[in-house]
Design a protein around this ligand. Structure first.
Ligand SMILES: Nc1ncnc2c1ncn2[C@@H]1O[C@H](COP(=O)(O)OP(=O)(O)OP(=O)(O)O)[C@@H](O)[C@H]1O
Ligand SMILES: [Mg+2]
Length: 286
């Protein structure tokens, strides 16, 4: 083992022995279903419950969580991957004590990083993520080779869909793709833009039935978010909708965070024994 690999193993083992943070990837099949709005507002809801949360914008080339909160980060994750800045320098402060790392263009080089940069990444991430209780990756729609490794490294996958048939089938395709790579990863479903409660339940049941029948596995419902004009207003005014008292979407997301925190998601599987870092390291072929 070379010196760099030994150091890396040491760093990751420190975290493996005592994993202090939980990682989520927020994904969808179809684009524009509300992943970024969910990620941002769910993150702030977890903070309101007393947790430390890092939101990581991993949308390649289209990162926009900072725009949703009226910020323009000077530095993005690309500055780190291109070796210009350490992780600690690219974290920005968002509303409600949120820490976030802005996305940027150029992440397509992620899997082509050289050994030195990957060593540096794992060294820094091992220390850095320990400051948080939750790390949430807001992913772009669909899958790319570059983002799949990140998705496969997390503890739980949050799949966002709307009740539209195309959104449901695309969500299922995404779940199938991930499942075929790692059948042990838990899926939590969020149905967004629900007009009638019944449509939310029906959407979840369709995904659950497809997962049981074709993948031989279960999925869990994190919850539903109603169609809500305050979401569009919040996007326009670049303020997270969670702060709008009258917003039904805000109430729904707060409820999800509460239910998650209190383990009220039925049969929530225990998190994978292999930590985020171990998995990511393996998937990036160390
Ligand atoms: N619950 C909701 N009620 C009303 N409108 C909503 C709701 N959720 C999302 N929207 C609308 O959908 C738009 C897209 O949301 P968002 O940017 O969060 O989607 P996304 O899945 O992150 O998109 P992308 O795939 O491009 O990353 C929002 O700007 C908003 O107008
Ligand atoms: Mg988005």
């Amino acid at each position: 083992m070379n010196d760099q690999a030994a150091r890396l193993r040491h760093e990751t083992q420190k975290v493996d022995n005592c994993p202090s943070f939980k990682t989520f990837a927020v994904v969808s099949g179809k684009g524009g279903v509300g992943k970024s709005n969910f990620s941002l507002n769910f993150a702030i809801s977890l903070i309101e419950l007393g947790h430390k949360v890092l939101l990581f914008d991993m949308d390649i080339g289209m990162g926009n969580v900072d725009i949703l909160m009226g910020k323009t980060a000077d530095l993005t994750i690309v500055d780190f991957f291109e070796g210009r800045q350490p992780l600690t320098e690219i974290v920005s402060e968002g509303p409600g004590n949120l820490s976030y790392i802005a996305g940027g263009t150029g992440l397509e080089n992620l899997v082509r990083l050289d050994q030195h940069l990957l060593d540096k990444f794992f060294d820094e991430i091992a220390v850095f993520f320990e400051k948080y209780d939750y790390v949430i990756f807001d992913m772009g729609a669909g899958l790319t080779e570059e983002t799949l490794n990140f998705i496969l490294s997390v503890d739980e996958i949050i799949v966002v869909t709307t009740p539209e048939p195309t959104s449901i089938t695309d969500a299922y395709s995404m779940m199938k793709h991930i499942h075929l790579q790692d059948a042990s990863l838990p899926f939590l479903i969020v149905v967004n833009r629900v007009i009638r409660d019944y449509d939310g339940i029906k959407t979840f049941k369709r995904l659950r039935t497809a997962a049981r029948k074709f993948l031989g596995r279960d999925v869990k419902a994190l919850g539903t978010i109603p169609e809500d004009k305050f979401v569009q207003q919040a996007v326009s005014s670049q303020t997270p909708f969670i702060f709008e008292e009258k917003s039904r979407a805000a109430k729904a997301v707060k409820k999800m965070a509460y239910r998650y925190e209190h383990k009220m998601i039925q049969d929530l599987p225990a998190s994978s024994p292999e930590s985020f870092l171990t998995k990511l390291k393996r998937l990036l072929s160390f």
